[in-house]
Design a protein around this ligand. Structure first.
Ligand code: PEP
Ligand code: MN
Length: 344
């Protein structure tokens, strides 16, 4: 961080300011010019509040040169994070994880049948929403507690670990047996929820908000990690742009960019990114080739009658066809931005 002081700054005030900075464990590099004095702050500046420095009378400008996230930063953790689930499946550092299942849990038959199909096609995790963040309060909101019970039943039947979305920290007791907790796009910046998830010691998948930058996504990961929970997975699921031909715009280049910035695994959800089932396979392949650590795909046994997101859901046979291609190209994915070469 660099602080530029005003020409009018009085020596006594500057000294007080410098002592305050040093009390935070920072080392100061000072350069006194004719018009300005520049102070370079060396050390962990992630806890330094830029705005309170800027508010000081003696300060002209302040600039961050180091990212404000530390735990998620590749600079402080060169090796890719690898997360292992109950069934031994892993994600990160070249281990590829596919999570698949319906948008929402509807019935016991539906979730078990989809779980069996996606497992047969090679998915290692079952997804399914029990709490659904719907735009309309009149739309199907999910089966809540009963949905969680059915997910655990599907896990019992197939051995697949479960990932499901939490919308409110008060529901946490219901998620005790869930393997991976999803934070949806709409809750990416629900900081109180993120703090609660930081107290857990289980994987948290954070979806990028539809109008959020990568830095904001990484700061959300930082909230969870600052609490001591280091098992965070990042998910690109499309952002809001002017384009209306697809539900969202899949921001594919974030994969190598995130691999440069962070050691955390990065997955892509082409279902929500495109909103159309026929675009899911091509975009899943593109994400795989670009070095994603995994995919999240919506699969439904009867998409025409799905209670949520039917138009973007693959039928099990189409999912199986897509998976064959994914496995074929995954070994050739460009992982040049992962830890293997990023710091060579
Ligand atoms: C979902 O995964 O079903 C979902 C609601 O996703 P998103 O938060 O990305 O919209
Ligand atoms: Mn959905």
């Amino acid at each position: 961080m660099i602080v530029i002081l005003k020409k009018t700054a009085e020596r006594q005030q500057v000294e007080l300011f410098e002592n305050w900075l040093r009390s935070m464990g920072l080392e100061l590099h000072k350069s006194v010019g004719e018009n300005h004095t520049i102070i370079g702050l060396v050390g962990d500046t992630s806890r330094v509040d830029m705005e309170s420095i800027l508010a000081l009378d003696i300060v002209e400008t302040v600039k961050r040169i180091q990212e404000p996230y530390k735990n998620a930063n590749r600079k402080f953790h060169e090796e890719d994070t690898v997360i292992t689930l109950a069934n031994g499946a892993q994600i990160g550092g070249g281990r590829f994880l596919v999570m698949a299942g319906p948008c929402s849990v509807e019935t016991e038959e539906q979730i078990i049948s989809v779980a069996q199909s996606v497992k047969a096609a090679g998915a290692q995790v079952l997804r399914g929403g029990a709490f659904k963040p719907r735009t309309s309060p009149y739309a199907f909101q999910g089966l809540h507690e009963e949905g969680i019970r059915l997910l655990l039943k599907a896990r019992e039947a197939t051995g697949l670990p479960i990932v499901t979305e939490i919308m409110d920290a008060k529901h946490l007791p219901l998620f005790e047996d869930i393997d991976m907790i999803q934070v949806g796009a709409r809750n990416m910046q629900n900081f109180e929820l993120l703090k609660e998830l930081g107290k857990l010691r289980k994987p948290v998948l954070i979806k990028r908000g539809m109008a959020n930058t990568l830095q904001e996504l990484l700061m959300s990961a930082e909230y969870v990690m600052a609490g001591g929970n280091e098992q965070v997975i990042l998910c690109e699921r499309g952002i809001r742009t002017f384009e209306t031909a697809t539900r969202n715009t899949m921001d594919l280049s974030v994969i190598p960019v995130l691999h440069q910035l962070t050691h955390l695994p990065v997955v892509v959800d082409p279902s929500h990114a495109t909103g159309r089932w026929e675009l899911v396979a091509p975009m899943a392949l593109a994400a795989t080739a670009s070095g994603a650590d995994g995919l999240m795909i919506e699969v439904h046994n009867d998409p025409e009658h799905a209670l949520c997101d039917g138009p973007q859901s693959l039928r099990p046979d189409r999912f199986a066809g897509m998976m064959e291609k994914v496995w074929a190209i995954q070994p050739y994915a460009d992982r040049s931005f992962s830890s293997a070469v990023a710091f060579s």
